[in-house]
Ligand binder design. Structure first.
Ligand code: NAD
Length: 377
C-alpha cells in the first residue's frame, strides 16, 4: 500500500506524520510518499523523511500515486476532484457537523475515514486524535491566558507585599479542560470548574480544583461519554451560577462542546460587564460558536474591558508535539488497515474501522452517521 502525505495549507504548521511515524509505517511494509516541504512547519526537512524511508515527490505526483492519502486538514476540492474510486482518504472531515462532505463521498463513490470519529473506547484511545489535540489546546490555552493576564498566576509573598493567586474558572472538564486544570495548577492558580457530566467531579477534585455543580443536568449514558444539550431551565440556572463565579475570576477557559452541535452559550454580555477589567477569556469553542457571546472566532478582542481570545486552533502553534501525537494516532489506526504484506485491508467487522468510515461503495458505513443522516442508498 502506498501512503501519501500532503503538505497542509499555509495556515497549518502541523504535518500528519513526522519522520518517526513514517519509519513505523515502513516497518509495516507500507510505502510512504511525502509532498515536498510537507514537514517544514513542524521543523522536519525532506531529507529527514527520506532518511526515515519515505520518497519525496511534488504534490501532483503524490496525488497520482497514493493508495491511502493522509492529512490533518481535509484536502480541498482541487485534490478531491481528481481522485479515482480505489483511492482512500484519511483526514479529519467533521462529518457530524458537515453532511455535505458525507454526500460528496457518497456521490463520488470514494472511501473516506475521519479520525474525529474514532470510538471512545479503551481500544480506540491510542488512535484518538481529538484527545491528543485537546491536550495541546488545554495546555496552550492556559499559557496564552497567563501571557494576556496583567497579573501573576501564582501567589507570591514578597517584600513589596503579598500577591494573591489568579482565580481561573474552567468551563467543561473534558480532555482540554482537565489539561487546562493541570497546567493552571502547576502555575499556581486557584481553580473552579463547571461541567454538566457529574462523572468528572472526582477527576476535577483529584487535580486540586473545586467542582461547581448545577443540579438537574440531563445526562445520556448512550452518548459515548459526551455531554448532551440541556433544557432551557437548566441553561438559565447554569448561566446565573457561572455569572457569579466568572465575576470574581481573573481568567475563564471555555472548553464546553457538544459533538456536531453549536457550542453551549455560557457567558453573556452582562457577565463580561460584571468581570474585572483586564480579565481574560480563552474560548476554545470559538469555531463552533463559542461559549462566550462576544467571542470572535480567530480573533483576540477586548469587549467590556475583558480580553477575549477566540481560538480553536492552538495545535498549529505547537506543531512538533501536536504532529507527533497526531502521527502516532494515525499509525495506530493504520495498523488496522494494513495486512501482513503491507497491503490495504478494509475489515468493516472491526468496530473502529467501521465507525471511522464515512463512506465506502456509495454507502455510509459508520452506524453513528447512519443514525444521524439515515442509511442512504
Ligand atoms: P468535548 O470536547 O465534547 O466537551 C468538552 C467538555 O464540555 C465535556 O466534558 C462536556 O461534558 C462539557 N460540556 C458540554 N456542555 C457543557 C455545558 N453546558 N456546561 C459545562 N460543560 C459542558 O469532550 P471531550 O474532551 O472530547 O471528552 C468527552 C468525554 O469523553 C470525557 O469524559 C473524556 O474523558 C471521554 N473520553 C474518553 C476516551 C476513551 O475512552 N477512549 C477518549 C477521549 C475522551
Amino acid at each position: 500500500m502506498t501512503i501519501g502525505v500532503l503538505k497542509e495549507p499555509d495556515y497549518e504548521n502541523r504535518v500528519c506524520l513526522l519522520p518517526e511515524a513514517v519509519k513505523k509505517l515502513v516497518d509495516l511494509k507500507a510505502e510512504v510518499i511525502v509532498e515536498t516541504n510537507a514537514g517544514k512547519g513542524a521543523f522536519e526537512g525532506d531529507d529527514d523523511y527520506m532518511k526515515a524511508g519515505a520518497q519525496v515527490f511534488s504534490r501532483d505526483e503524490v496525488i497520482k500515486k497514493f493508495g491511502v492519502l493522509l492529512s490533518v486538514n481535509p484536502p480541498g476540492p482541487e485534490t478531491l476532484s481528481g481522485l479515482n474510486k480505489g483511492q482512500v482518504l484519511v483526514s479529519v472531515f467533521n462529518p457530524l457537523g458537515d453532511k455535505k462532505i458525507v454526500d460528496y463521498f457518497l456521490n463520488n463513490n470514494q472511501t473516506a475515514f475521519s479520525m474525529d470519529m474514532i470510538p471512545r473506547t479503551t481500544r480506540g484511545q491510542s488512535m484518538d486524535i481529538l484527545s491528543s489535540m485537546a491536550t495541546v489546546s488545554g495546555y496552550k490555552a492556559v499559557l496564552d491566558a497567563a501571557m494576556h493576564l496583567p497579573k501573576f498566576f501564582p501567589m507570591f509573598m514578597t517584600a513589596a507585599g503579598t500577591v494573591r493567586p489568579a482565580k481561573v474558572l474552567i468551563l467543561g472538564a473534558g480532555v482540554a479542560g482537565l489539561q487546562a486544570i493541570a497546567t493552571a495548577r502547576k502555575l499556581g492558580a486557584v481553580l473552579e470548574v463547571f461541567d454538566v457530566r457529574s462523572a468528572v467531579k472526582e477527576q476535577v477534585e483529584s487535580l486540586g480544583a473545586k467542582f461547581v455543580q448545577v443540579e438537574g443536568a440531563r445526562e445520556d449514558s448512550t452518548a459515548g461519554g459526551y455531554a448532551v444539550e440541556q433544557d432551557e431551565d437548566f441553561r438559565n440556572k447554569q448561566k446565573k451560577l457561572i455569572h457569579d463565579h466568572a465575576a470574581s475570576s481573573n481568567v475563564v477557559i471555555c472548553t464546553a462542546q457538544i459533538p456536531g452541535k453549536k457550542a453551549p452559550l455560557l457567558i453573556e454580555k452582562q457577565t463580561l460587564q460584571a468581570m474585572h477589567n483586564g480579565s481574560v477569556i480563552i474560548d476554545l469553542a470559538a469555531s463552533t460558536g463559542g461559549n462566550c457571546e462576544l467571542t470572535e472566532n480567530g480573533k483576540t478582542v477586548v469587549k467590556e474591558g475583558v480580553t477575549i481570545v477566540g481560538k480553536s486552533d492552538y495545535p498549529t502553534d505547537m506543531p512538533v508535539d501536536a504532529s507527533r501525537m497526531f502521527g502516532n494516532n494515525l499509525v495506530n489506526f493504520l495498523k488496522l488497515l494494513i495486512d501482513e504484506n503491507g497491503n490495504l485491508k478494509l475489515d468493516f467487522n472491526d468496530d473502529i474501522v467501521k465507525e471511522t468510515c464515512l463512506a465506502h461503495d456509495k454507502k455510509i458505513v459508520s452506524q453513528r452517521l447512519k443514525n444521524l443522516y439515515g442509511a442512504q442508498r
